[in-house]
Design a protein. Structure first.
Length: 152
């Protein structure tokens, strides 16, 4: 029975999943750079092994860094540069995936998620009543009464 990451699996499952992180990274690079004949250029493999050796990057970390750069940030794929972007974005990708991990942990701690769903509140605002003040209209009779000294 074949093994996948140290566990026994069905043959069909083993055929569909890559055997290790390095193979998973190579499969991603083949899809990303649209390489022919499922062949990784030696330049890419040299860069990957150099990053693993000198910078202590893991293959899964480099895979996540590339996914972060191309799939999350939507940067254009440049086949001439290879995977030379990895040392520059590795820390950013690690922070991004760590933030996702923390958010997932927070979400798992929430047991009553219905309490966080906002409730619809119906607010009724009555139209204001208009307070009409009646003005005393001017008439010529009032003016004559004032002249004559008669005040009502």
């Amino acid at each position: 029975m074949p093994q996948l990451k140290g566990r026994y699996v069905h043959k069909t499952c083993a055929d569909t999943h890559p055997a290790n992180d390095q193979e998973e990274l190579t499969v991603y690079l083949i899809k990303l750079f649209k390489l022919k004949d499922d062949f990784i250029l030696p330049r890419y493999m040299k860069q990957l092994s150099q990053y693993e050796r000198e910078h202590n990057f893991t293959y899964s970390g480099m895979l996540k860094a590339l996914k972060y750069w191309y799939e999350v940030k939507h940067n254009p794929v440049d086949t001439d540069r290879g995977v030379g972007i990895i040392p520059y974005i590795y820390a950013q990708a690690r922070e991004y995936y760590y933030a996702l991990y923390l958010a997932d942990q927070q979400n798992q701690q929430i047991k009553d998620y219905k309490a966080f769903i906002p409730q619809d509140v119906k607010v009724v605002i009555n139209s204001p009543e208009r307070d009409i003040q009646k003005r005393k209209l001017f008439t010529f009779l009032d003016e004559q009464e004032e002249l004559n000294g008669e005040v009502c």
